[in-house]
Design a binder for this molecule. Structure first.
Ligand code: PMP
Ligand code: GLN
Length: 390
């Protein structure tokens, strides 16, 4: 995408401009359209978390917490990794609390990459990956996930490895496609990491938003991966509190120490009361997580059905709260132009996934809709989208 040069901005950040999420949310606010663009729910998460945050503030937990994160949250993260994925981490040396997954990703990449190193990412990639890689002075090499099932070619993955490759960055469940990588796909990635002695960085923020009987497999659970993986997640998606920005890193002590060295100079620490709240969330019973996924899957069905009725090709998804469509059946080819015109045409905002691709052609006709909204909002959006063709 052509973007004007930004004065004063360092060369390596030129072209990043304003994020597509900010642009599209501003468009939704300006036009009063239904915002199915930026990924945030329109209802609050569990009351237990609200009470825990308020209780922590009232109890005077309002000064700097420890740089590594408060012990109750590190314990809760370790327990959660064991309860859901059978992964064992020492809460004192193998868990680090961060300001959301975003900071965890930035700190990890800044800690592990030398200038000129290469990172393999799967495109479409979450925008902060590209920015953090650029900040580190490293280069990305993309492996393309292709619809309808957003699978990738293992040959393309192998071909992307060079002598400069240091990290493979994996996001599953995947934003923006909603793809949940299968065990076989993850095993192929693991084999490449082991063979070439690469570090895997995994973004698992949608670990609990998985549907249709699919399973989330943390890469760190696969043979040879536990000690070469930096596992990242956060509370935003699992507890529908995206504004609280509480995240964490799990890895072996040497990797956590490296990430922590950088992290302490980015934010030093993350908000104490929210750490208590996230700990309460991670300790919610299994039923909470199961119900969240059932509810989201039914919203997915509602919106995906509406998008199909409106004439889009809707690609299957089984995780996250995003669904992608191909706009070509509507006679459109440019997702960015389409999304910019959509509020005016039908009062709905979506996100063009083209901005998450280096291969512009692969991404051009694809658009992402977010379904983690109240049912009545989705129902209204469906009616409006249908108006596009009638
Ligand atoms: N990774 C992915 C794939 C995301 O979609 C997001 C945004 N929700 C993040 C990371 C950022 O997470 P956080 O808000 O915890 O920083
Ligand atoms: N993760 C959210 C999304 O994909 C957006 C977060 C952000 O605005 N950076 O829509």
């Amino acid at each position: 995408m052509d973007r004007p040069r930004t004065p004063y901005l360092v060369e390596r950040m030129q072209g990043f401009g304003t994020t597509i999420f900010a642009e599209m949310s501003a468009l939704a606010t300006a036009t009063g359209a239904i915002n199915l663009g930026q990924g945030f729910p329109d209802t609050d998460g569990p009351a237990e978390l609200v009470e825990a945050a308020i209780a922590a503030i009232r109890a005077g937990d309002n000064q700097y917490p420890p740089g590594i994160g408060i012990a109750p949250l590190r314990d809760a993260v370790a327990e959660h990794q064991e309860r859901f994925w059978g992964l064992s981490f020492d809460p004192d040396t193998e868990v680090l609390v961060t300001a959301g997954a975003t900071e965890a990703i930035a700190a990890t990449l800044l800690a592990l990459l030398e200038v000129g190193d290469e990172v393999i990412v799967f495109e479409p990639y979450y925008d902060s990956y590209a920015a953090s890689i650029a900040l580190a002075g490293a280069q990305r090499r993309c492996v393309t996930l292709r619809p309808p099932d957003y699978s990738f070619s293992v040959d393309a993955l192998r071909a992307a490895v060079t002598a400069r490759t240091r990290v493979v960055l994996v996001n599953s469940p995947h934003n923006p496609t909603g793809k949940v990588l299968s065990r076989a796909e993850l095993e192929a990635i693991a084999a490449v990491c082991v063979e070439h002695d690469l570090i895997a960085v995994t973004d698992e923020v949608y670990e609990h938003l998985v549907y249709d009987g699919c399973e989330h497999v943390p890469l760190a659970t696969l043979a040879g991966m536990r000690d070469r993986t930096v596992t990242i997640s956060s509370a935003g998606k699992s507890f529908s509190m995206t504004g609280w920005k509480t995240g964490w890193v799990c890895a072996r002590p040497e990797l956590v120490s490296a990430v922590r060295t950088v992290k302490q100079f980015l934010t030093y620490v993350h908000g104490a009361p929210f750490q208590h709240a996230a700990a309460a969330g991670l300790r919610l019973p299994d039923a909470y997580f199961e119900e969240l996924a059932v509810e989201m899957a039914s919203k997915r069905d509602l919106l995906a059905g509406g998008l199909a009725d409106a004439g889009f090709v809707v690609y299957p998804q089984s995780g996250t709260y995003f669904v992608t469509v191909d706009i070509r059946p509507l006679g459109e080819t440019d997702g960015l132009a389409f999304c910019r015109s959509l509020p005016e045409r039908c009062g709905v905002v979506a996100v063009p996934t083209a901005v998450f691709y280096d291969d512009a052609e692969a991404g051009a006709p694809l658009v992402r809709f977010m379904f983690g909204k109240r049912r009545e909002v989705l129902e209204e959006a469906v009616v409006r989208l249908k108006g596009l063709t009638s």
